[in-house]
Design a protein around this ligand. Structure first.
Ligand SMILES: NC(=O)c1ccc[n+]([C@@H]2O[C@H](COP(=O)([O-])OP(=O)(O)OC[C@H]3O[C@@H](n4cnc5c(N)ncnc54)[C@H](O)[C@@H]3O)[C@@H](O)[C@H]2O)c1
Length: 304
């Protein structure tokens, strides 16, 4: 099957290339050149907002995995219009290009930011949607357009909502990078780990490779019209994370505290309301009760 990855030069895309290339013919589009080996030579320079370029890139593809986005909560606060331009208008362009090029299915990479502050944990897919940031709002808007493209344009679709993923391929120079990347960079630079507030706020951390596995399953399965969380199912506080760094680098790690920032996404994704993992789903795929719909693919019993 031919697969197009938008945001092909990004962190998640690099793992998608690794995950999917053995079985599929995978290419990407991006506005910057790839920094990671798995994507090298496979990414065409194209802006997702350019409908013509996207339609051209999508020709002959069966599936588009749409990862391209403005990914920073902080930047979305500074420039909400720019954020919406990429995450909403860009997504509309991807969906229109998919339909124009005869693509069968779009897998839209959303975010757990669509939930806002957790009203209960674990946060499963039935949790109320109340984004607290412009970023969360634009990602949720992209979800709605993706669903509407199912009924309006006849596209099959799956939405994946990852929690906080990390990898050594996250950009350490970006002021917008996630807390694991920031802590790792601080250790390398002999700087203290900076904890905002009391550090008791929890996150659900998982490796980008595990997200790529789930996205790959969603792309190759016959599941359509469904939304899945993608998380570890475990909450880790920022303080626990700092303690883990201290255990690994006992001589190097100091901690400093800073006032809490305004926008904080907390909580963790969960298997179901009782915290039970779906039977047979490997640890790294304990992403939500409804992920059991992807089980036939995990166990190799899929029709597709
Ligand atoms: N990193 C996380 O913890 C996290 C958590 C939840 C959801 N997500 C979502 O996962 C997806 C991938 O995240 P990532 O960490 O790999 O981010 P990333 O920044 O590494 O990759 C995103 C890529 O999109 C590209 N891009 C941006 N605007 C574009 C445009 N107009 N046209 C074409 N390409 C464009 C960027 O150049 C970049 O290479 C995003 O949709 C993000 O919202 C990320």
């Amino acid at each position: 099957m031919k697969v197009l990855i938008t945001g092909g030069s990004g962190q998640l895309a690099s793992y998608l290339f690794e995950e999917m290339s053995a079985e599929h013919d995978v290419t990407g589009v991006d506005i910057r050149r790839p920094a990671h080996q798995p994507a090298m030579g496979r990414v065409t320079m194209a802006d997702i907002r350019d409908l013509g370029a996207m339609t051209e890139a999508a020709k002959g593809c069966e599936v588009i995995v749409h990862t391209a986005a403005q990914v920073s909560v902080q930047r979305s606060t500074e420039d909400p219009s720019g954020d919406a331009d990429t995450n909403v208008m860009g997504t509309i362009s991807v969906l229109r290009a998919a339909a124009a090029a005869g693509v069968r299915k779009v897998v839209y990479i959303s975010s757990a930011a669509v939930y806002g502050d957790p009203q209960r944990v674990p946060v499963d897919e039935t949790h109320p949607l109340s984004p607290k940031s412009f970023y969360g709002a634009s990602k949720l808007c992209g979800e709605h357009y993706t669903g509407a493209a199912g009924s309006t344009l006849g596209l099959e679709w799956v939405v994946i909502r990852p929690f906080n993923f990390y990898s050594p391929r996250a950009d350490p120079t970006s002021p917008y990078s996630g807390v694991i990347t920031k802590f790792a960079q601080a250790v390398k630079d002999d700087r203290p780990l900076r904890i905002e507030g009391d550090g008791l706020q929890t996150r659900d951390f998982l490796h980008a490779r595990d997200v790529a596995r789930m996205v790959s399953l969603a792309a190759s399965s016959d599941v359509t019209g469904e939304t899945f969380n993608c998380g570890s199912g475990r909450g880790t506080s920022i303080k626990e994370l700092a303690d883990a760094f201290s255990r690994i680098f006992p001589e190097k790690v100091a901690v400093e505290h800073a006032p809490p920032s305004h926008v904080r996404h907390q909580g963790f994704g969960g298997p179901d309301g009782q915290g039970r993992a779906p039977v047979g789903v490997p640890d790294q795929h304990r992403s939500g009760r409804r992920a059991t719909r992807l089980l036939p693919v995990i166990t190799g019993c899929s029709r597709s």
